[in-house]
Write a protein that binds this ligand. Sequence first.
Ligand SMILES: [Zn+2]
Length: 350
Amino acid sequence: MKTETIQLAGDVPGYSIELRVLRFEGKDGQAPAAYLQSSLHGSELPGQAALHFLIPMLETAAKEGRIAGNITIVPQANPVGSAQWMAHQHLGRFEFFSSVNFNRSFPLLETFDTSSLPTLDAPKSLAERLKAQLLRLALPHEIVLDLHCDDESENYLYIHQAFLPEMYDLASALGSTAILSWDSTADAAFEEACAHPVLQLPEAQQKSRAVTTVEFRGLSDVNINTGKADAEGLYKFLVHRGVIADQGVTLKVDFNGLVTPLENVEMIRAPQGGMVLFHVDIGAEVEAGAKLVTVVTIPGDPAGDITLTAPQSGRILTRRGHRYTRRGDDLMKLLGSKRSENAKPGSLES
Ligand SMILES: [Zn+2]
């Protein structure tokens, strides 16, 4: 394993960040290459836990000469977001200066030529240069896994329709409950930026690729056991795809979870601010009209309670982690079987 440290100067004198990049060189030029990163949203750590346990497994495979395709890993993809704390709270989703989500506004390239991207010392903000650098690192790989998590959540994947059903292997390896399938968004997440040049290729060449955002459960699901299990899932997938050779590992592709287009996801939003009392947990199957969540607007007076019900039957995929909400804020994702009346183009959340 080779460790590379990429320095990015900050936007003011005296400040810089380091991006730590781990590389395993493959022995087989025909084998697919894989890129894995975690914590693009600075405080999302389940993927970092998975990589923490995966990297020693890859080092063993490297010692035994079993790395077939190149593997690049960036365990902490966003040192800017990781360093954003305010009043003892970590705030790693939006950049403090611009309020832009760290996983939006990536450059969309038509080809794999990255020469038009801002260089490390371009006269661009650190966030823009960091995004360009992550894209430069990822694009030479056929497999790109961007490891995130939700607030309180089941384990699920975002996958472009072009990579389905081939990517059921990843969902099987990770034990995912659901796949949220998309065909276009307007927000240019990292996943979309990595998929964009692939989608310009002839269809037959797209099928061997794998580009995804992995949502490894919720923010607090950072544990030794889940980290190890997730590392094993990632390892199994990499073996299945031929990136690593390991005769002792086989993957049964038996994913039978939900595949839900983004427009079928019901985003349950708070009509007013207040205290949040959930009626159902993640993983619950609910009927249309079932009580989902009550927003208490006048504590002590039931007349102020606003109870939101399921717009259609489906499965509760996620809940917000906080229990005090603002008007209009997201509270839950429900996976429906038909288009949501509130469906809008673009990502589900800001
Ligand atoms: Zn995220």
